[in-house]
Design a binder for this molecule. Structure first.
Ligand code: SF4
Length: 434
């Protein structure tokens, strides 16, 4: 059977034109990039977790669903300060249940943006953002700046679907109507395909952004900026001239900005530069979000509780202080005593000290395949793959909500979706608390 307009649940591009054909236990996709295609194959992966697992005396044994949900709820109820980590490869609906559960328990709630575009979200809180939908940029932008990002490898269809190659209403000749600038210390494949590559020294984004703002104000930056950034003032002038000469410019920032020295101050400087460029021409800025629904947690948490990530409900109301209540920090400080981890492999991606401490805690997780985090967990609940096996909502990289519908059903009789699993855990927690 063939299905059209399926949403890809891998990266923030959330491509909505995937065609899927199921041929017995094989799956054929069209339009998906390599990353997307690999994800669709997970439906039939022999590694898929198909039964609930409980750890007894150090080794896993299969368990009944109710037993596993009971144990996951018990871990949370017994904890004084649990961490609920909602990974970004799950729907906004599941995230919403996770946030409500965290509020009910007085827990910490966090998501992947804590280790990716969290600083960009903080920069937006400081400076505001002039943004646009991906469709607007596709139709209008005649200049694209990839700053600290390498979409040809991290978001393979961004350039072809939204940023550079598509023919828009005002960019009828596609790539020929666009100028591409890449700001990156590396000669990445994106940089090699750009019209101008600004090869700054690592960790000097703030200085370069400040120098561009100085030039924009009609002044010359101090000559030392050339030595600091490795970029000559004439190159900066050339870049700024191109930016001022366009009709509609779009900057896409990546983790090169959010993770280098300066962090949220880099994002704030970039956002301020874009604001000021709007005195001369139309300019927008957006983040290339790596995971499919990493923007979703920011949206849902902000909408429900006013803060985009790293929320602490210990006092019964939400508190927000990145560096204190964020997942890496509470694990490093050994400030939580249990964890529920949904669709995320924290042990592989967090610093070693955090992973080591996590391994000492009672942990329940929901995941589709074995990974280091499932290995350290006491309870493993099989995950349902969003956008393939259940419906729901993702937020795309431009913060546009995208409703997805499945092309097949949940492979389990005991749960319809990760949202359903979260609801069952929440229900059990409420019963136990009573
Ligand atoms: S670019 Fe991203 S969303 Fe689009 S097909 Fe590739 S992995 Fe999926």
């Amino acid at each position: 059977m063939a299905f059209k307009n399926i949403i890809c649940p891998v990266c923030g591009a959330s491509c909505d034109d995937i065609q899927v054909e199921l041929r017995g236990s094989k799956i054929v996709t069209k339009n998906a990039c390599k990353m997307g295609n690999a994800k669709f194959w997970e439906i039939f992966s022999p590694h898929r977790i198909r039964e609930p697992l409980l750890k007894e005396s150090g080794s896993f044994c299969t368990a009944l669903w109710d037993e596993a949900v009971d144990r996951a709820a018990m871990i949370l109820v017994k904890a004084k300060r649990p961490l609920i980590f909602m990974g970004s490869e799950t729907s906004c609906e599941a995230m919403q249940v996770g946030l409500h559960l965290a509020e009910f328990l007085g827990a910490i709630a966090d998501s992947n943006s804590t280790v990716c575009h969290g600083p960009t979200a903080m920069g937006i809180q400081e400076a505001g953002r002039v943004g646009a939908t991906a469709g607007q940029s596709k139709s209008r932008s005649d200049l694209v700046v990839y700053w600290g990002s390498n979409p040809l490898e991290s978001m393979p269809r961004h350039m072809s679907r939204y940023g550079v190659y598509p023919r828009g209403y005002w960019t009828r000749r596609g790539r020929f109507d666009r100028t591409v600038i890449t700001v990156d210390p590396r000669k990445s494949i994106t940089a090699r395909n750009s019209d101008l590559h600004i090869q700054l020294k690592p960790n000097t984004d703030y200085e370069l952004l400040s120098a561009l703002l100085t030039l924009l104000h009609g002044k010359k930056p101090h000559p030392s900026v050339e030595k600091v950034t490795g970029v000559s003032i004439s190159e900066m002038e050339e870049m700024l001239e191109r930016m001022l000469g366009c009709n509609f410019g779009a900057i896409y920032v990546g983790l090169g900005i959010a993770s280098s020295f300066g962090k949220h101050r880099n994002a704030e400087a970039a956002l301020n530069l874009v604001k000021e460029l709007n005195n001369h021409t139309k300019f927008v800025i957006g983040a290339l979000r790596g995971h499919c629904n990493v923007a979703g947690f920011n949206q849902i948490a902000s909408y429900l509780y006013g803060y985009p990530f790293g929320l602490d409900f210990a006092r019964g109301y939400p508190r927000y202080n990145p560096g204190e209540y964020t997942a890496v920090d509470v694990l490093r400080e050994q400030d939580v005593d249990a964890a529920l981890i949904v669709s995320a492999d924290l042990v592989s991606h967090f610093p070693a000290a955090c992973a080591r401490y996590l391994a000492e805690l009672p942990v329940a997780c929901i995941d589709i395949a074995p990974c280091p985090t499932t290995m350290i967990s006491q309870v493993v609940l099989p995950g349902v793959i969003d956008a393939m096996e259940c419906d729901g909502t993702f937020y795309r990289l431009d913060d546009v909500p995208v409703y997805f519908q499945p092309f097949t059903g949940s492979p389990f009789s005991f749960t319809d979706s990760n949202e359903d699993t979260m609801k069952q855990i929440f229900q059990k927690v409420k019963e136990m608390k009573r």
